[in-house]
Write a new protein. Structure first.
Length: 199
């Protein structure tokens, strides 16, 4: 585990002009104990490539500054991390993120989708395009926009060789989707997406 607070410069994925939720989640994993249960919440889009990761202290002013939070529990060790955007560096690094490497291998069924391991990306970077593809097949929002990854709850992270399965759990107003996540056949948590309308 790394020490906090910590300032990081992170890449944007493909041609996006914001930090992807999967990039932030994977960066935060370096600051939590292995094997911990996790609750990740993405509340505001970060359009800077620089962030500061801090311990959440419950202070109201700090809370208003946080764009992302991650709480963790592992035996007697528990805590909460927050992400604060910093002024960006002008030189933005970009990374490839071909979601088709996930979706072309996916097997869809009535309200779910499966993917056999090994995964092409990290756990979260694999289930996010998988979930997006599932929602595109099932839900037809009334307004133009796109699905954003907003929350992930997991009791543990499965191994890269494990099969993954998502089963749509509930949809609220065609704008908020909750989906059960399975790793190696075991229910390990839930992923949430929100529909954000185009302005």
């Amino acid at each position: 585990m790394r020490c906090l607070p910590a300032q990081l410069t992170l890449p944007f994925l493909e041609q996006r002009e914001y930090l992807h939720g999967t990039t932030l989640f994977d960066a935060l994993l370096e600051f939590v104990p292995p094997g911990a249960s996790l609750c990740y919440t993405f509340s505001r889009i970060i359009r800077s490539n620089r962030i500061e990761i801090v311990q959440v202290n419950g202070n109201h002013e700090q809370g208003k500054a946080l764009s992302v939070t991650l709480t963790y529990h592992h035996d007697k060790d528990h805590g909460a991390l927050g992400v604060i955007p910093l002024p960006p560096f002008s030189a933005v690094q970009r990374c490839a993120y071909k979601e088709s490497l996930v979706t072309e291998r996916a097997r869809f069924f009535e309200n779910g989708v499966e993917l056999e391991g090994p995964w092409p990306f990290s756990f979260v970077a694999t289930i996010v395009p998988l979930h997006k593809a599932l929602l595109a097949r099932i839900i037809n929002p009334a307004t133009p926009g796109q699905w954003f990854f907003t929350r992930l709850e997991v009791t543990f992270l499965p191994q890269p060789s494990d099969s993954l399965m998502l089963m749509l759990d509930s949809v609220l107003g065609n704008k908020l989707a909750k989906t059960a996540v399975y790793g190696a056949g075991k229910h390990i948590g839930s992923i949430y997406f929100s529909w954000v309308e185009k302005r």
